[in-house]
Design a protein around this ligand. Structure first.
Ligand SMILES: NC(=O)c1ccc[n+]([C@@H]2O[C@H](COP(=O)([O-])OP(=O)(O)OC[C@H]3O[C@@H](n4cnc5c(N)ncnc54)[C@H](OP(=O)(O)O)[C@@H]3O)[C@@H](O)[C@H]2O)c1
Length: 229
């Protein structure tokens, strides 16, 4: 599949780019700065091999013609980034928002959650995009260090939220292509209010244990099958 990762130069987005490209998908890394995107493409090719299917562009250019777009930027930049890409998104694009609203956006701590007016960063994103955008939220509990360590499978399940079941399944199939990962359909987009709050919880756990890889597994998920029946 052809995917763009807006903010793909960062910790989470670059890890996701590596994992999806290694799974055989074509990945376009988006950045506010073309040169920064190009540097991340070089870094990805150094890691994956020169024939890796990765290219880069500025954020708005990266999403053109893409059926799936991940947005991996800090909450402080979320509104600006959606404003930049919204006119370039084709109708029917599946947009997966990965934003966790943290107090770092206002100078606070990463282990403290921030509560957006709309209920969650994902619902805020929906309010910024054209009506009918197929918005999904995921990856709030997947640590960037784990995504970037290609020597290990990812020992975490991804919690996936959204109001469009087929869009969730598209994102879910990409998640399932990452070794070790399973996806869990957590229900409508409003459930992102809870999932986004789990990021500061994991940051706090990581701080206590001096690790960087904590995450979640859903017991029983292996036998539940496809949530669409
Ligand atoms: N890191 C994790 O382990 C992790 C885990 C779960 C959830 N998350 C969530 O995933 C999102 C990305 O996290 P991250 O750690 O990857 O963040 P990051 O590395 O700080 O930033 C990601 C990218 O976003 C762009 N960016 C940074 N500040 C921006 C701003 N003010 N306006 C517009 N673009 C900006 C930058 O790309 P350019 O400069 O190239 O444009 C940057 O490389 C966050 O919402 C975070 O809460 C992260």
């Amino acid at each position: 599949m052809d995917v763009a990762i807006v903010g793909g130069t960062g910790a989470e987005g670059f890890g996701l780019a590596l994992r999806l490209a290694r799974a055989g998908h074509h990945v376009t890394i988006g950045s506010r700065v073309a040169e920064k995107a190009a540097a991340s493409v070089q870094e990805a090719k150094t890691s994956l091999g020169l024939d890796a299917s990765v290219d880069g562009d500025v954020n708005a250019g990266s999403v053109v013609g893409k059926p799936v777009v991940f947005v991996t930027v800090p909450f402080a930049g979320q509104a600006m980034v959606y404003d930049t890409i919204k006119d370039a998104l084709a109708a029917g694009t599946v947009v997966c928002d990965c934003t966790s609203p943290l107090m770092t956006a206002v100078g606070g701590r990463a282990s403290h959650a921030l509560r957006p007016w709309h209920g969650s960063a994902a619902e805020f994103a929906k309010s910024l995009l054209p009506k009918g955008t197929r918005l999904v939220a995921a990856f709030h509990t997947i640590a960037s260090d784990v995504l970037r360590d290609l020597n290990q499978d990812v020992d975490s399940d991804a919690l996936v939220m959204g109001d469009d079941a087929d869009a969730k399944a598209v994102v879910g199939s990409l998640i399932a292509d990452i070794p070790g990962m399973r996806w869990v359909d957590c229900g409508g987009l409003q459930m992102a209010r809870i999932a986004e709050g789990l990021t500061p919880l994991l940051i706090s756990i990581n701080g206590r244990y001096k690790v960087r890889e904590s995450g979640f597994r859903l017991t029983g998920r292996d036998v539940w099958g496809d949530p669409r029946g």
